[in-house]
Design a protein around this ligand. Structure first.
Ligand SMILES: NC(=O)C1=CN([C@@H]2O[C@H](COP(=O)(O)OP(=O)(O)OC[C@H]3O[C@@H](n4cnc5c(N)ncnc54)[C@H](OP(=O)(O)O)[C@@H]3O)[C@@H](O)[C@H]2O)C=CC1
Ligand SMILES: CC(=O)N[C@@H](CCC(=O)OP(=O)(O)O)C(=O)O
Length: 341
């Protein structure tokens, strides 16, 4: 069994990692951590997430600097479900041993440190580590994920967007003249567990936010290889992301070519499901799947793509587990497709 721990286990994505790793056939999840001063330190995780009762018997441990320094030697895999700053600051210590690190934060996703500073509000201090990080979009970067010590697990909106757009970009089916237009709606769990006025149930009403300035815009553009217009929206539901993407196709591209690009690219990817109708959130929430569908208007040369994921799973925790499966040469969907507890 591979020894692993989750840091940030009391959060929404951290608790999903705990749920997945506790029943994973190849991982032994022995430790769950929160920050040194956390109000949840020393509490059983089931006190926060009663649904884990009977499945996980672990206590949230405070992670001080002394313990942090030991993790890289103690574990084969470290899963970080922590704020960007914490992942950034701790990465040198966590990568000092043999442990593979799966970071759910955005700290190591953007190779350009100027773009990073602009969108994350602090300067990146670990250029050398950034150069070694591999973007963990599991269906697209499998060989590099398998070889890397530091995996930057993609953001939730980028996962939904890139899985829909990349097959077309890769097959040169997108027009270079018009940027893809991505409109996506996320459930409130995308903002994390910490309460804030903006995310309180009486305040949330379907609304665009981060217009022309969200940090996922450069992330999507970086890994698509072309600019995009990205507008996120906050919806009054708990989980899930639905992205609807309008694209201009390259001259003369047919509906058959678009369909072939998806079929060929995802034929061996059980996590990605190609549907005969536009996806629905209810069908992906609480699953590791990404559901895709598209429609082409050959006359005008446009297509509309639909993509749906659970932001906490394919947009975070289950994608991290997919990456870990690749890193340790396990079955690609080990621990992912079984019925949830
Ligand atoms: N929610 C989502 O849909 C997605 C989130 N992400 C990313 O994953 C990471 C976790 O997100 P999410 O689960 O939503 O966040 P939450 O706010 O729900 O959880 C954050 C966790 O980190 C712990 N934490 C906070 N500050 C520190 C610190 N300084 N040092 C160590 N631990 C700390 C918290 O516990 P405590 O404060 O008690 O220590 C908590 O366990 C973030 O980087 C987020 O951007 C990525 C994709 C999707
Ligand atoms: C609804 C909501 O607030 N969503 C988050 C995105 C969550 C995510 O993917 O996190 P990363 O920070 O790891 O990229 C946001 O817009 O900031």
């Amino acid at each position: 069994m591979l020894r692993c721990c989750v840091v940030g286990a009391s959060g929404y994505t951290g608790s999903e990692l705990v749920r997945l790793l506790a029943k994973h056939p190849n991982f032994d999840l022995s430790d769950c951590f929160v920050s040194a001063g956390s109000q949840d330190a020393h509490r059983p995780i089931t006190a926060l997430y009663p649904g884990l009762q009977g499945h996980v018997d672990l206590t949230l441990q405070p992670l001080d600097d002394q313990r942090l320094a030991l993790l890289a030697q103690q574990f084969d895999a470290i899963f970080l479900a922590t704020p960007h700053e914490a992942s950034h600051d701790w990465m040198p210590a966590l990568t000092a041993g043999n442990a593979r690190v799966f970071d759910l934060s955005g700290a190591f996703r953007l190779p350009d440190t100027d773009v990073f500073a602009q969108h994350y509000g602090f300067a990146h201090q670990h250029r050398a580590l950034l150069d070694t990080a591999v973007y963990g979009l599991a269906e697209w970067h499998a060989p590099r994920i398998a070889d890397s010590q530091l995996i930057a697990v993609p953001g939730c909106y980028p996962t939904a967007s890139l899985l829909a757009l990349k097959p077309l970009a890769e097959a040169n089916l997108l027009s270079a003249e018009q940027w893809p237009v991505i409109n996506a709606v996320s459930g409130v769990s995308g903002a994390g567990r910490k309460a804030s006025l903006n995310t309180s149930v009486c305040e949330v009403s379907l609304q665009a936010y981060g217009v022309l300035g969200h940090r996922h815009q450069p992330e999507i553009a970086q890994y698509l290889g072309q600019p995009v217009l990205f507008t996120p929206h906050l919806g009054n539901f708990k989980r899930g992301i639905l992205a609807t993407i309008a694209v201009k196709l390259a001259s003369g591209v047919t509906a058959q070519q678009v369909s072939d690009a998806y079929q060929q690219r995802y034929a061996d990817s059980p996590v990605v499901r190609l549907l005969d109708h536009f996806p629905r959130l209810d069908d992906v929430v609480n699953t590791p799947h990404c559901d895709l569908h598209w429609k082409v208007d050959e006359a005008s040369g446009h297509a509309v793509l639909g993509s749906a994921i659970d932001n906490l799973l394919k947009g975070a925790a289950s994608q991290a587990v997919q990456c870990a499966n690749l890193a340790f040469q396990l079955a690609p969907t080990a621990g992912l497709l079984e019925v949830r507890p």
